[in-house]
Design a protein around this ligand. Sequence first.
Ligand SMILES: [Zn+2]
Length: 245
Amino acid sequence: MPLATTQGFVLGWSPYNEQDRLVTLFTKDKGTLRAIAPGSLKTGNRFASLFELFTEGEFHYYWQENRELITISRGETIHSYFRIVSNPGNIFYFYLMADVLLTFIPFHSSDPRLYKLLNSILTRSEENIAIDLLLLYFLAWTLRIEGLMFNPRMCSNCNMRNLEQVWVRSDFRGILCSDCRTNESLILSKEELSFIGWTEKNSPELLESWRDRIDIAKLIRFFTRKIEFHGECTLKSSRYLKEFA
Ligand SMILES: [Zn+2]
């Protein structure tokens, strides 16, 4: 049986049978993988804490020919984010991030930028950058990495620039100026367009400077709907966020 090692974040797990877990990993080099962790549901199993949401670990595994599932033989925690992830004020935001990675990103697709993005979001959350802004940054970059972010600097119909406010196309594929809009209803302000452009070149550490300049909840809803539209999926965990209430 071939053996391999990978570094990854735990996205979740479910019981596979009485003693084993079925774990989903978001790995650095192989995208999303599903793995059996034998014996990890036994009481007192020393790997239990390794499988908490977004724990980063090094996983040694083997697989059998003609079998999709890999088997984890052992693993070590690189970094546990459990304290910050399980905080009641944060947990639903992290559920939505996990949901996006599980539902929207194709299985086995491994863009190193996605791993780096997740790593950066988790690191910044430990430095007390607000979770709603981190989620917004995560959603914007996930769309960009998947090639689905529009150009925030010009009308997608007539290429006009320096727009004061714009309307989002109903298929989410671009923005329209006041001359080109028809019956679109979602409006983005100049500041909100600047924010989308700002995320291209800036790391999340300075996110807080946008707090009073943009409608964070509106943008979270917009990016979430855009992901659902392009991915033809439903991000069920969004319903637990106050931004969707
Ligand atoms: Zn236009």
